[in-house]
Design a protein. Sequence first.
Length: 406
Amino acid sequence: MRSQLILLFSRFVGRDGVGKTGIDTRVLQMDTAADVMTLVADVLFGGTEGFTRFLGTSFSVGASEQGERRLNRFYKAFYRAFEDDCFDPYKHLLEQYLNQHWPKALSRRNSLFRDRTIQSHPWLALQTACRDFTIPKSHMRRAVEGDEVRSMTVQGPKRESVLVWKPDVVRLKVRLAGSLTAKDAADYLGVTKKQFGQLRQSGYFTHLAAPESASRGVWAFSKDELSKFLTSLVHSSLAPPEAMTLSHALRRFRAGVKEPLVIIIEAIREGALSAYAPSQEPTIRELAFDGQQFEDWYRDQSSGSELFSITEAAKRMGIHQEFAYQLANTGLLETYSSNHSPGQLVSQNSIDKFCSEYVLLRDLAREAGRSSASVMNDLASRGIRPVDADWDQQLRQKVYLAGDLG
């Protein structure tokens, strides 16, 4: 066994990338055998330094594909022929060297290596890294493109594969665990994507990362910051007897008011409104308000004395002029007459009252992110019908009683 060990090392020692198989002819000639045996002795009796030097000079891993192939042949021959425990120190050093220098991934197919060597190897196939660390492939590729995760391309016999540096992947996993995309952040807060954009533009959140261009990358937001934001909104978990839901509060705003959610959030943060929720960290859609307090606050925010023509009212409500006339003629929208102005007039209070008592199907569908037909069918299955269900003259748009929706 000792002789076989010496012959094995003599095949590879000092070769510097030259590929040879079989017995090295250098050991068959006395004038060259002495030099080869001196190098082998340095490998076998030179301790950690001697064996590590042998690996670095004999295989040139990372600088030569030929050297990588030779190292592959060496370790397979070494592991299979020399299984006794006395060879473990050499194998341990070899596996350390591979972890530091082998520019390829290791897997269970590398059955000769210990599990700890495979687990600690820093290079992983991109797909394996995504699976093992549960990172979406799109996130991983963006991190690679942004140089957040080091990578390299390896040409295999059939196709190219991308390897990623495991320590960078671990750091990416930690970062992703504490951050959310804009879509996930909106879901976490309990708002629509449009509402989240309004809150972000109002300066409530600082992003961790922004897309580099319109077609590449995504926003990333701190989950911890979003959590603290939610906590800051809740005044108490004990809802008042006359509680008003956020959805109802938003419908109180007249059409044409921009970003009503931002207005309400700002009022909460300034102390003008108190929000209630069953927990200290609810979603925004779970917030509730004291109905009387909200009405008093809302009354201070808008004046209802101004009168508008049907055409002007339609613009303020964001509806078609013909539909506005239908609402007025059926009495759903309260109107007034004046000696100073021809035709019907609508007050701001009338608009506000309509918005608080009725809900348009289009707004329900928009809020739910579904089609109008789907929402209408869902309401019908629960016995909720539009106000004109039994009318001979149907309205241009479907209108529901807010009280029926709960």
